[in-house]
Design a protein around this ligand. Structure first.
Ligand code: HEM
Length: 335
């Protein structure tokens, strides 16, 4: 909140403020610590996450065929940022192993190490391993940083674009929570319009428009198509969240679509922004809490405006592994 207030109403790009705050939540869970925003280790990690997601397609090529990195066309012509990030995370895991104390569990890494140690000592067959731990930490750090902070960037951009929605959210928060305290998770059931707005932000942005491939273990008949065993199947999230047979005017930002006749939030099965099937997003519950808390606190404390009335907002997504907004500036006016 302080980071938004120091701009004193002057225009700024909110990207790094969101990345820092959101990433520190994951760092607390996984590494047992948060970082100061200007810490070099932290800024390097965040830069590598951003870079590896932005170039995810090229980087996948580099992992499969590392010799391509020698061609100047490929970014930096060196170790892909995806791999650089993994090495940095490996250092953090190694440091944990060196300072491991069974009596003092600090975080996710320690709990994993404890389980691995126990299973190894008992001779239990397990998929847990040192390499797998680094891969899991990498996965959680990547998946938990960029997704939530990108959604929050879309949230503010849409508030600039739809000031009436912003006003209605603020009115609901003020009437339910009041001006003397910040919103809490327990307020959520009493803020249906605000929750509907968060759902619509996620649907409209559909940041993870395609999820990682799966393959079927046996032949499947689906709507007249035969999908042979072992086919790579990819869910196209974007086509589901914009399907005109499900959503009335899918290209219009309409939070009311998530409210029923009594003004309560309704579940729409095609809202699959956290994926579908058995391997839906591992961090869904955490992400929902983060989005609610960050978004409602910002709406409670500030009104967001474009730097000038004539500013043209670009709400088209920037192409990449995650659909992010193009950089934009915002003015945060204290309420
Ligand atoms: C707004 C925020 C988020 C969105 C929209 C989102 C969305 C998704 C989606 C669509 C998938 C793929 C699911 C599938 O393949 O069917 C996924 C996977 C995953 N997410 Fe999230 N996610 C978010 C936040 C988080 C957070 C905060 C964490 C951190 C704990 C996280 C951790 C993961 C992990 C580890 C996976 C891989 C799960 C697996 O492969 O089994 N996500 N997420």
């Amino acid at each position: 909140m302080h980071e938004f207030a120091i701009g004193n109403g002057k225009p700024f790009d909110p990207t790094s403020r969101f990345c820092n705050a959101v990433s520190n939540v994951i760092c607390s869970v996984v590494f047992g610590r948060r970082f100061e925003y200007h810490d070099l280790e932290f800024t390097t990690l965040l830069h590598l996450v951003e870079d590896s997601i932005a170039h995810v397609n090229v980087e996948l090529f580099l992992i499969i065929a590392p010799f391509l990195a020698k061609i100047p066309f490929f970014p930096k012509g060196g170790l892909p940022s995806f791999m650089q990030l993994r090495l940095k995370l490996k250092d953090i895991v190694n440091l944990h192993r060196d300072t491991y104390d069974e009596e003092n569990m600090r975080d996710f890494i320690d709990v994993y190490l404890k389980d691995l140690k126990m299973k190894t000592e008992q001779g239990v067959d397990t998929y847990l391993s040192d390499d797998e731990l680094v891969a899991v930490v990498h996965n959680i750090f990547n998946a938990g940083t960029e997704t939530t902070s990108t959604t929050l960037r879309w949230a503010l951009l849409y508030m600039l674009k739809y000031p009436d929605v912003q006003k209605r959210v603020q009115e609901e928060i003020d009437s339910v929570v009041g001006r003397d305290r910040l919103p809490k998770l327990s307020d959520k059931p009493n803020l249906p319009y605000t929750v509907a707005v968060i759902h619509e932000i996620q649907r409209f942005a559909s940041i993870l428009f395609m999820v990682s491939p799966r393959y079927n273990r046996s032949q499947v008949e689906f709507r007249g198509f035969t999908i042979p065993k072992g086919t790579h199947v990819i869910s196209n999230v974007y086509s589901v969240t914009r399907d005109p047979s499900v959503w009335d005017e899918p290209d219009v930002f309409k939070p009311e679509r998530f409210l029923d006749g009594d003004g309560q939030v309704k579940k729409i099965p095609q809202q699959i922004v956290f994926g579908a099937g058995k391997r839906v997003c591992l961090g869904e519950q955490l992400a929902r809490m983060e989005l609610f808390i960050f978004y409602t606190h910002l709406m409670h404390r500030f009104s967001f405006k474009k730097p000038t009335d004539t500013e043209i907002l670009n709400t088209q997504p920037k192409p990449g592994g995650v659909l992010t907004p193009y950089p934009y500036d915002i003015c945060a006016i204290a309420r």
